[in-house]
Structures are given as C-alpha cells and as structure tokens.
Design a protein around this ligand. Structure first.
Ligand SMILES: Cc1cc2nc3c(=O)[nH]c(=O)nc-3n(C[C@H](O)[C@H](O)[C@H](O)COP(=O)(O)OP(=O)(O)OC[C@H]3O[C@@H](n4cnc5c(N)ncnc54)[C@H](O)[C@@H]3O)c2cc1C
Length: 415
C-alpha cells in the first residue's frame, strides 16, 4: 500500500492524480479462511484489523451484504465519549476513545477525530444528581470529566438558552476530550488497512446460512457460494437476531430504527457537542456547517432504514427550547439506521453456544464511539478463544446469570 502523505499529494498534483491506487481490493471469496467476519461495519472491520495487527491472523474474510460502512457506521451522528457509569463500560469506551486519539496515524488515513468536547445537559434535579454521581465514578475510573455550572455552559455554548420554557439548564457533565470523527472515514481507514494486510473484503454478498457440525461452525452459506472457516465472528448490529437464528441460538436483542437529520449549512456557531437528554435531542456542527441532530428511536421493532415525519417534529420541537436559533433553519436530510438494543443498554461481546462462533452486538444507539476498543477486545477474544479482559463483563451469559451492566441512564436517550 502506498502511504498517504503531504509529499504524495504534491506528487499526484503534478500527474493529474493518475497514480492513486484503489483503497481496497474487491476480490471474489476463496473456498476457505481461518476467520470469517460477517458484517463490514466499523466493529467488523476493526475486529479484522486488530486480528491482523495484534495477533498476526490475516487469512480473514469480511463478508458484507451491502457496501462497507453502509449500515449504522455510516448513519450515526459520530459522538465519541467515554463518561459511562459502570466500570466495565468506562474501561472499554475509554480504551476506544484513547485509540481514536491516534487512529489517523495508526491507519495512515485521516478519520478527522475532533476532540472538541461533549456536554450532557442536566435539566432536572434528577439529572443533576445522576451526572454528579457519574462524575465521581469517572474520577475513580480514570476518565476525565467535570460537572460544570450553567455559567460555564453558556461560556462554552453561546447559542444556548439557559432558561428554557420547560427545562432550564442546571449544569452539565463535560468531557473535554470527547468529540466526533468522520464516520465513513473510520470504516474506509480500517478497510484499507485490512485489505493491505491481505484480508478479503467481500461486498454485495449476503450470508444466508451458517453450516455446523458437532456444535462447531464449519462455514457460511452466502449469495456468492459456500465459504468454510475455522472461526466465525458475527458483527451485524441490527441483524444480529437474524444471524443468531441461522446459527440456532437466541439473543436478548430488539431491533429498532434510530433517526437523525442535518440542517442546511450555516457559519460556525457551536464548537462542542451538546446532548440534551431531558428534552430528547442532541446536536453538533459538522465541518461543512450543517447542524447534525440526533433524534429518538422508534417505539416499535422494525428493520426500516428510513426517517419518519413525526421524529423530525418531535426532535426539532424539543431542541428549539434549548436552541431557539435552529427554529429558522431548513432541514436538508433525514435518515434511520437499525440499532440492536439490549435490556441493560450494554453490548454483548464474546462466545456463543457454538464453540468457534463469536458475537459482537448490542451497541444500540451508541456504538460508533466504541469501534476501536470493541474491535481490539473482539480480536483478542477470537484469537485466544477466551474473553479478553475488556470483554469479560459483556458475555452473553450475563443475561442468564443476572449480571447486568445497567447503562440505561448513560446510554438511554442518546449517545
Ligand atoms: C441515527 C443513528 C445515530 C447514531 N449516533 C451515534 C453516535 O452519535 N455515537 C455513537 O457512538 N453511536 C451512534 N450510533 C450507533 C452506532 O452507529 C452503531 O452502534 C455502530 O455503528 C454499530 O456498528 P456495527 O459495525 O456493529 O454495525 P453496522 O455498521 O450496522 O454494520 C453491520 C453490517 O452488517 C451487515 N450485515 C447484516 N446482515 C448481514 C448478512 N446476513 N450478511 C452480510 N452482512 C450483513 C450490514 O449490511 C452492515 O453493513 C448511531 C446510530 C444511528 C442509527
């Protein structure tokens, strides 16, 4: 792989950009691989990348029914933070946030990580208590957060209305090194690095069945033929239940559509990410100037990747209380992605009832931020066959044993 650099851009400028190679190959599937990963979203690609980089396993295929990054990875509002309440969550999300800090250099691909700071507004007394508790927990976990006053909120976000009609801003939980990254670039950067290690990314190829013998997976059936493998990783977010059914086990997961929208671009007016969980909405400004707005999830299970009118109305109506400035903006686009929700709002990462089959799902509304940490932990788990330290708490059997990792406050509304 030719490295991207300032020198390479200058050289290509002189030859009309004719020398760039394709970022990744598009091969046909081989008959067999050491590892097959189903799903070329961020988590699947990151798993493959760290399998190669950390464990030297490169005979890997990543099989994707659509185009890589076309699932939730390319549909989210890109918020990155690690201020979760429970120790297991803080550990994996902070690992991921730390990896994001140097991901562009690691992948030699600009993922546009922007640690501009993430603020979670406290707009009820209950939230004030909740976020102060999280701040204390974060201090013990080594995650840098701070509970800030309304005056500091106004200083950081001049366009905010502190005395909203229903919910005044009473303070906020502030993570200064949280932020955003370009979501497609995260998928593309991992894909390019995987392809460079010799891994096959097979797009437009749906897995339609999982072949087994004696409690072990032997391969997958796909729309491009059968592919054998020694280990299988299922990393398909909203379709996890479908793949689990193919493998013959059940997951405690519900799939719902989560929606987002962007406004027309305007001049820079907000350089942090703000989440307002009580009024139910969150917002950041993209580098192009669009206000990126996250809304709610549908209240019923479905597999539609579309937006719906009532979500625009609900979300915008709520956000206008806190950001009156957006009332005059035109909405440009709206979309949805199928998120995989567990009852305790924490992921499932690790072994399945089939010996050589592993699963990584349940990131729900907030798994973009965790992509590097999740890939790191999933790769270690798949390589050794046993849960990695970061993954241990997130095993599927916690639902049978009642060891929930309850993040419904930290992850309930938004991201
Ligand atoms: C609107 C919205 C906003 C969000 N905002 C944020 C945010 O601000 N911050 C944050 O941290 N998280 C956010 N999220 C959540 C985040 O996007 C997801 O948790 C994360 O992207 C999941 O990544 P993934 O790789 O597991 O899944 P995906 O990116 O969905 O990848 C799974 C892939 O599996 C493929 N697949 C499915 N079935 C098959 C099959 N049978 N064969 C082959 N391939 C298959 C799919 O086509 C898909 O490409 C948001 C999500 C949405 C929808």
């Amino acid at each position: 792989m030719r490295r991207y650099s300032a020198f390479a851009i200058a050289r290509e400028a002189f030859r009309y950009h004719s020398g760039w190679a394709r970022a990744w190959r598009s091969p046909e599937p081989k008959k067999s691989y050491d590892v097959v990963i189903v799903g070329a979203g961020g988590h699947g690609l990151a798993t493959a990348y760290y399998l190669g980089k950390n464990h030297g396993i490169t005979n890997v295929a990543i099989i994707e029914k659509g185009w890589l990054g076309g699932g939730n990875t390319g549909r989210n509002t890109t918020i990155i933070r690690s201020n979760y309440l429970q120790d297991e969550s803080a550990a994996i999300y902070e690992k991921a946030r730390g990896l994001y800090e140097t991901l562009s250099q690691d992948l030699n691909y600009n993922v546009m990580f922007s640690p501009r700071g993430v603020m979670m507004l406290a707009q009820t007394e209950h939230e004030v208590r909740g976020y102060k508790r999280t701040e204390h927990a974060n201090r013990l976990q080594g995650v840098t957060t701070e509970y800030i006053t309304p005056a500091r909120v106004k200083q950081l976000v001049p366009i905010i209305e502190l005395k909203g009609p229903r919910y005044p801003v009473l303070g906020a939980l502030w993570q200064p090194r949280g932020g955003t990254a370009r979501h497609d670039a995260v998928a593309w950067g991992y894909a390019r690095a995987c392809s460079d290690m010799g891994m096959d990314i097979i797009q437009q190829c749906e897995v339609t069945g999982i072949s087994q013998k004696g409690g072990q997976v032997t391969g997958v059936q796909t729309t491009k033929g059968d592919v054998a493998c020694k280990k299988l990783g299922i990393v398909v977010a909203g379709h996890s239940g479908v793949l689990a059914e193919m493998a013959g086990f059940r997951l405690p997961i519900e799939s719902v559509s989560l929606q987002a929208m962007v406004t027309e671009p305007i001049k820079p007016c907000m350089d942090v990410v703000v989440m307002a969980n009580t009024v139910h909405g969150y917002m950041s400004q993209s580098d192009k100037g669009e206000m990126v707005i996250g809304g709610g999830a549908d209240g019923f299970n479905n597999y539609t990747q579309r937006g719906s009118f009532h979500h625009i109305e609900e979300t915008v109506r709520a956000l206008i209380e806190t950001f009156p400035i957006i009332s005059r903006l035109k909405m440009l686009r709206q979309w949805g992605g199928i998120v995989d929700m567990t009852g305790d709002r924490s992921p499932i990462l690790g072994k399945t009832p089939l010996e050589n089959c592993f699963i990584n799902c349940g990131w729900g509304t907030g798994g973009f931020k965790s992509i590097p940490g999740s890939g790191w932990a999933m790769a270690a788990t798949m390589a050794s066959g046993e849960p990695d330290g970061l993954a241990a708490g997130f095993a599927l059997d916690r639902f049978r044993e009642g060891r929930f990792i309850d993040e419904s406050v930290a992850a309930g509304v938004a991201h």
